[in-house]
Design a protein around this ligand. Sequence first.
Ligand code: BJW
Length: 232
Amino acid sequence: MRMRQTGRMRIVVLTGAGISAESGVATFRGAGGLWEGHRVEDVATPEGFERDPAMVQRFYDARRRAVASVHPNAAHRALARLEDALGDELLIVTQNVDDLHERAGSIRLVHMHGELRRALCTACDARPAWSRDLVDLPPCPVCGERMLRPDVVWFGEMPYELDRIEQAVVACDVFVSIGTSGAVYPAAGYAALASAFGARLVELNLEPSDAVVPFDDARTGPATTLVPTWVD
Ligand code: BJW
């Protein structure tokens, strides 16, 4: 394993829907999947939004309400403790659009698939906070156009902060994948990228994911048990 001369380890943690499952947030795939009978690949698209914007806005409003009523769990809190210990040696890259990592205290965090708590103006690219007032699709607070959509990354769109993420992935000593199925790129390719640059790979998941590279340490079980054990 590569380590800097300081002896400290650089760790990248990639999280997916599984880390929030025990808080009561539904995952995307598998039984009881989030889009209720629709394949996420069919509906989480710009075309799906164009077809039926009102349905998609309603769906995201319902998810905002659902996330507001749940709390970070022991896995989110364990990662916040890890950041307290490691500081800028740790980067959490989450595919989740909920805010449970930050509510647990994490700061060095990238939301690569966007955030439920923001809107995106397709006219001027502003990303204002999403408040209750936006439900009736008012004008963008920056440019005045009525072109707001959820600030989330759908299939075919470019995820956020890819340069920052890739720099951290190629430089890390340990890459940890938590509660993600490995079905969606580019996130699904990060374990292989980290491995190619010499990182040790750890997976913490309810069941083994679709990862294309073998993990050095693959543990199966619920995140609220596995993550605190791995961190502490
Ligand atoms: C537990 C647990 C517990 C449960 N404890 N664990 C062919 C090949 C390669 C790529 C492509 C391809 N065709 C198209 C593409 C690209 C496409 C893609 O990947 N498609 C796939 C279907 C193949 N990707 C894109 O379009 C992305 N953009 C892109 O590629 O841009 C171009 C580009 C080019 C070059 C470089 C970089 C970019 C954009 C993807 C956007 C994904 N958006 C969504 C919706 C976000 C908004 C919303 O939330 O509504 O993101 S889809 C959905 O899937 C969401 C998630 O973040 C993402 C991943 O899901 P996740 O988190 O893994 O959840 P699940 O449900 O799949 O898995 C849960 C896991 O938890 C399971 O493993 C369980 O076991 C586990 N678990 N309970 C621990 N208690």
